[in-house]
Design a protein around this ligand. Structure first.
Ligand SMILES: [Zn+2]
Length: 421
């Protein structure tokens, strides 16, 4: 099989180098994203440190387990401690003692999911109801969208705040991550087709405003390391809208400022995830990285990689770890299950993480039952390593030309009927 590599440096300050392409992985590719704080070998899973910390785990441990970058959340850091404090600390990486690359998301998803309370990936029949005023049961509407921005109520103290594309850029420049995202309207799959069309145009106009403000801030803050801006593609489950979003945002150029990469956003129906990601990546320039927002389940990661996504983030590995749910090659298991009381072996025999090297499943199981804080730490280290390593292995399999064999082996075992999860 031929191994074509490509190097692009069209983007002034963020470089994406592709290797291991044309290896028969469909749209999938292996590459490297060069940032001011280091190189990210892709595909890569980027662990989430929502409030500038991966809950219960120190940055030193995240580095040891192979995390190449950390993604923090602009909405949360805007509310607490406030972007000016993070700016004074020298940016989110310096603030949290993480020397590697960082991402922040725009806050759009958090702000808008306050409004409707829907999850990112849903596995349900969305044809059953569709309306523009639908709210998940038990949720108050805390956000209101208009053409200029979003007004929302803080989940911390109930105070009203307003995000616009300009505010999101200002906040993300103060937070100082290497890769930041344009402010977008994240719709749900329950909105009507006509609403999705109007929303997509709104997101396109917001993307233009983000580029203008990003250009201005980049000049004004030229003493700071360059921050790469990714445009976020919406369009729900509609092929024409997804392709249009990719074409529109890759064509945008505001006085020489264009997007350095792209976020593949929006609510995604699990069954159509690969198809939808493929529509977008087919339209996007090959020399720019694509980040699939909020995806972290093993099967979804394979689907994302083979359809051309380069990086991923998700809170699931750490969130699940804190509820004692851990990954093994035979599926997800719960450590509080009685059968782990005397499991004097690692959580996963083939895992190379710190927890599996030093502690037994029985001990971590005990810590969970005893409600000890170290339970969350040890389980999170394991889960984050499991997912980071899974995507590392996908990368290697692309380079080795055996991606689909690896996918079949891994998923066949992980989701087998024998799986105790
Ligand atoms: Zn482990």
């Amino acid at each position: 099989m031929s191994s074509t590599s490509f190097t692009f440096s069209e983007t002034v300050s963020l470089e994406f180098r592709g290797t291991g392409v044309d290896k028969g992985v469909g749209l999938g590719r292996a590459g490297e994203i060069v940032t001011p704080h280091g190189v990210i070998a892709t595909p890569a899973f980027i662990p989430v440190g929502t409030k500038a910390t991966v809950k219960s785990v120190l940055p030193e441990s995240m580095k040891d387990l192979g995390a190449q970058a950390i993604l923090a959340n602009a909405y949360h850091l805007y509310l607490q401690p406030g972007p000016e404090i993070v700016d004074e600390a020298g940016g989110v990486g310096s603030f949290m003692n993480w020397s590697g690359p960082t991402f922040t998301d725009s806050g759009g998803f958090q702000v808008l999911s306050l409004g409707v309370g829907f999850k990112k990936v849903i596995a349900m029949d969305t044809e059953t109801f569709r309306s523009d005023e639908v709210i998940a049961e038990g949720k108050d509407r805390l956000a209101h969208v208009d053409d200029d921005g979003v007004t929302f109520k803080s989940h911390l103290d109930g105070q009203m705040h307003r995000f616009t594309p300009e505010v999101s850029m200002q906040v993300q420049h103060q937070l100082g991550a290497d890769i930041i995202f344009a402010f977008d309207e994240c719709t749900t799959l329950h909105n009507t087709r006509s609403y999705q069309e109007r929303s997509l145009e709104r997101t396109r106009l917001w993307a233009k405003r983000c580029l203008v403000e990003h250009g201005r801030l980049t000049m004004e803050r030229s003493h700071r390391p360059y921050q790469a801006l990714f445009g976020v593609l919406q369009g729900a489950q509609y092929e024409d809208l997804r392709r249009k979003a990719a074409q529109d945002l890759s064509a945008l150029d505001e006085d020489g400022i264009s997007f350095d990469g792209f976020g593949l956003g929006g609510a995604l129906n699990k069954a159509e995830l690969g198809t939808i990601v493929g529509w977008m990546t087919e339209e996007l320039p090959r020399n720019k990285p694509r980040h699939l927002l909020g995806i972290g389940e093993p099967d979804d990661l394979f689907t994302g990689v083979e359809n051309g996504a380069d990086t991923f983030d998700c809170v699931a590995p750490s969130r699940q770890a804190r509820t004692s749910a851990v990954f093994t090659e035979d599926g997800r298991v719960n450590l509080t299950n009685a059968r782990y009381a005397r499991a004097f072996n690692p959580i996963d025999a083939n895992c190379d993480c710190y927890t599996c090297a030093n502690y037994t499943a029985a001990y971590v199981s005990h810590l969970f039952r005893a409600k000890e804080m170290s339970a969350a730490t040890l389980a999170t280290i394991h889960n984050e390593r499991f997912i980071v390593r899974l995507v590392e292995r996908m990368r290697q399999s692309i380079i080795d030309g055996n991606f689909f064999e690896f996918k079949e082996d891994f998923l066949g075992r992980f989701y087998s009927a024998k799986s105790p999860a």
